[in-house]
Structure formats: C-alpha cells, structure tokens
Design a protein around this ligand. Structure first.
Ligand SMILES: Cc1cc2nc3c(=O)[nH]c(=O)nc-3n(C[C@H](O)[C@H](O)[C@H](O)COP(=O)(O)OP(=O)(O)OC[C@H]3O[C@@H](n4cnc5c(N)ncnc54)[C@H](O)[C@@H]3O)c2cc1C
Length: 422
C-alpha cells in the first residue's frame, strides 16, 4: 500500500465519522485510517452545546433505525462520550398534565456539555484516536471516485488520496456536497422532509420545567415538537446558511453563571409530496423570504404583540411588560407575514397547549424568533444496513439522513464500521 493509501478514509470528524473511527480501532487496532475535515474542529453539535440524548427515537432517523438497533449501539456510544446523565424531577406531574390534553412528554436520558466545554471533549476524542494511530488532515474534499476496487478522494487543490473504503460523513453543511456526489455517481436519493419552526425565548421563571428536566421533549398534534431546549446561561444565535440567516440556540456549561433565560425550538415536520419534493429548496425559499422581510435578518416578535395582531417594533421591544432584552438582536417585526399560515397555526396551537402544561410560557414578554429550519434528509438509496451506497463508499450522519443528533450520528458511524469489518 502506498503512503497515500489507507484502509479507510473518513470525510468529516463530527460524531458520525468519530463513531466509525472508534469502532474500527476498537475491533481492529492495526487498521489504517485517515480522517479529513475542512475545519480544525468538527463544526456540528459536538462543538456547539453538545446535548446528548440516549433514548430512541431522539436523534435517530426512524426510517433507518429500529428501537432494538439503536439500543444495541447506544451503550457503545456512551462508552466513548462518557456522559454525565442529568437527573429529572416531577416528570410524572408534567406527563400527567400533558396526557390530559393529547400531548406526549418523553422521558429521555440526557447529558449536556455546554459550548464553553465542548472543545475539551473534542480534544480528548481526537487525542485518543491519534494515540490509536489514526491520521488527520485539514482539507476540503471536493469529490470521490471508485476505481478498480478502490475509492479515490479529490481534495481542494487537486491532491488525491486512495482508500479501500470511504465513509462520507460531512454533516448538514455537507448536504450539497453529498447531493453532487450522488448525482454524478447515479445514486438515487430523495430530500423530501424539512422541519420548519420558531425559537422561543423567555425568562427561565416562565418555563420552570427547565429546573426539573434539562431538554424536555414534548410531542404535540400535527407533527409539532419541542427541540433543543437551553437554560442556565442560554443564548439564541444566528446560523448562516446559503447566504441568509437562521436562528438556533445553545447554552454554556453549568460552570458558568446563569442569565435566567430559557430558549427552545418548536418545529413542525413537513413531508413533501409530488410535485414539490425538495425540503432543501423549500427551506431556502422560506429562509430568504423571512430575511427579505427582516432586512437581511431573521424576525422576532413578542407574544403580547402577536396576540394583539400587531407587529413588534424596535422602539417598543423592551418596554413595560417586556421584561428582558432578547439575547439575539434580529429584526422586530411580524411573523405572520413570513411563516406559512398552516405552520403558524399548528405551532400556535402547540404553544397554547404548552402554556397549559407549564403556565407562564405565553407571557407577553416571550419572544418568538423565525426562521429555525432543519434540513436532514438526503435519503440515498442504501445498498445495505451499513449505509453503503456503492461497493466501497458509505454515506452516514445528518447529511445522509441517517441521524438527527450527536448520538444517532455516532451510532450510524458504528453501523458503517461494522460493514467495513464484514
Ligand atoms: C449549531 C448546532 C447545534 C447543535 N446542537 C446539538 C446538540 O446539542 N445535540 C445534538 O444531539 N445535536 C445537535 N446538533 C445536531 C448535530 O450537530 C448533528 O446531529 C451531528 O453533529 C451530526 O453529526 P455528523 O457527523 O453527521 O456531522 P457534523 O457534526 O456536522 O460533522 C461534519 C463534519 O464534516 C466536515 N465537512 C463537511 N463537508 C466537508 C468536505 N467537503 N470536506 C471535508 N470536511 C467536510 C465539517 O467541517 C464537519 O466538521 C446541532 C447542530 C448545530 C448546527
């Protein structure tokens, strides 16, 4: 084997790629592996906030995962991530209130690292892999080819590297890269699911459940759910995507002083049918519309204004009852102009139910930010249960629609590794 040929090439050092590398080196310590990433630190959720969910189906794409398969692999994910599982209190009380109005509150095993501590975790994980002999390269991968039982990766600048197997795990940001590879290789795929929603920010006292349950997972009618709840020192942040801005949220570790805010997303899952088929395209249209109305920024509106059918204005945003300044300064405006009516109706219905379960969350000062959009699902036509798309190439993680979170991505990596070892 030449110096630039490896047993396994892994594109992406996020949890999916790490899951593959750890499992391969756990089982076959002499295997040669090169991990390639365009960033020094992987750029997804492992770096941002790093909440880990250890209960199926959270973080798993259910079309690719059974409960048994997820539960077989989650303990192995835990072995390497070493989470400190958070305690919950009064769960039955919240569950009883939710059940009464047709809402489900899942009991999820969770851990939280915090944006300020996640680099330490990533350094440990990469350091351990280096000590197992895994090589790393900081380069952008632009294409991948198959040739005589080998795969070849092309990198920025034209450099190439060969491997017996290639694992493509480029995450959500690699969505377009994967589509380009699939189209050139003639691999069938669909991209028909998108989650569209708003991020809520309120005083932690208005959403007291966060003192009992770190990231409560509520499932409402009409495909709406809570997602990614942050408290302690919590902030809403901008996420740049294809020339426009979305919102997201994160929190610092418990070591940092709190800011008495909580934020979480309310997302509605939309499954597109013919003739509209691309979740990504729909996301781009909705994202651009909101940014157009917001003068290049997302929109925010106080619940008090929304209820009165009035737009929020910059001048009045922090007055009177509006007891806290928003942690993310976007454009005060009218969500009703930007959110499709059916999505808004279903999310508002969910908010009212949530306010029945946890009275206070619909306080007039509560801020609704829009848009928060998650594109998950390039769903390639996999050849087997190891997410193989051709003889030597596997596609895993959020970009390939096998996961929707850190633990599901890591478990997907293990499944691909099992395929390589077979
Ligand atoms: C801001 C944010 C916060 C999140 N918070 C959480 C959370 O708290 N908990 C949770 O469970 N999930 C969270 N998620 C979701 C989570 O990030 C993903 O589910 C998970 O990281 C997916 O893992 P992955 O390995 O598929 O992709 P990623 O973690 O995104 O890793 C992909 C890697 O591939 C690299 N890459 C992409 N394209 C190329 C290329 N062409 N060449 C070379 N390298 C490339 C990227 O630089 C990146 O490092 C969050 C996501 C975001 C964006």
């Amino acid at each position: 084997m030449s110096a630039s040929e490896y047993d396994v090439l892994i594109v992406g050092t996020g949890p999916a790629g790490l899951g593959t590398a750890y499992h391969l080196t756990d089982i076959s310590p002499s295997i040669s592996i090169l991990m390639i990433d365009k960033e020094t630190f992987c750029s997804g959720g492992l770096l941002n906030d790093c909440k880990q969910n250890y209960t199926y189906p959270i973080g798993f794409a259910v079309e690719n995962w059974s409960k048994e398969e997820a539960e077989r692999l989650l303990p192995r994910v835990e072995t390497h991530l070493r989470p400190i599982i958070k305690k919950k209190h009064n769960l039955e009380v919240y569950q009883r209130r939710a059940d009464r109005i047709g809402v489900t509150l899942l009991d999820v095993r969770q851990a939280h690292v915090g944006t300020d501590q996640s680099r330490t975790l990533i350094r440990r994980l990469l350091g351990e892999l280096k000590s197992r002999g895994v090589h790393f390269l900081k380069k952008e991968v632009t294409d991948v080819f198959e040739n005589s039982g080998r795969a070849e990766i092309i990198m920025d600048g034209g450099e190439t590297v060969r491997g017996r197997n290639v694992i493509l795990a480029p995450g959500r940001k690699g969505f377009g890269f994967l589509q380009q590879v699939m189209e050139r290789m003639g691999i069938d795929y669909i991209d028909n699911v998108v989650d569209v929603g708003i991020r809520i920010e309120t005083a932690a006292d208005n959403y007291r459940i966060v003192k009992d349950y770190y990231d409560p997972k509520f499932y409402f009618p009409d495909g709406v759910r809570t997602f990614c709840t942050n408290s302690g020192h919590a902030r809403v942040v901008l996420e740049r995507y294809q020339g426009f801005n979305l919102v997201n949220g994160h929190a610092l570790s418990e070591k940092k002083p709190g800011n008495n805010l909580a934020n979480f997303a309310l997302l509605k899952t939309i499954g597109l049918k013919d003739p509209v088929r691309s979740g990504q395209q729909m996301a781009v249209f909705l994202g651009r519309l909101a940014n157009e109305i917001g003068g290049g920024m997302p929109l925010m509106q106080r619940v008090g204004d929304f209820r009165m059918g009035k737009r929020s204005t910059a001048e009045r945003f922090n007055e009177d009852l509006y007891s806290f300044p928003p942690s993310c300064h976007v454009t005060a405006g009218d969500l009703g102009l930007a959110v499709p009516a059916k999505i808004m109706r279903h999310i508002w219905a969910a908010m009212k139910k949530l306010d029945t379960i946890i009275p206070g969350v619909l306080h007039p000062s509560t801020v609704m930010y829009y848009p928060e959009i998650k594109m998950y699902a390039n769903k390639p036509a996999f050849l087997d249960r190891h997410f193989r798309v051709s003889e030597n190439i596997y596609m895993i993680g959020d970009g390939a629609g096998t996961s929707r979170g850190i633990t599901g991505a890591w478990a997907s990596g293990i499944r691909a590794a099992e395929g390589v070892l077979e």
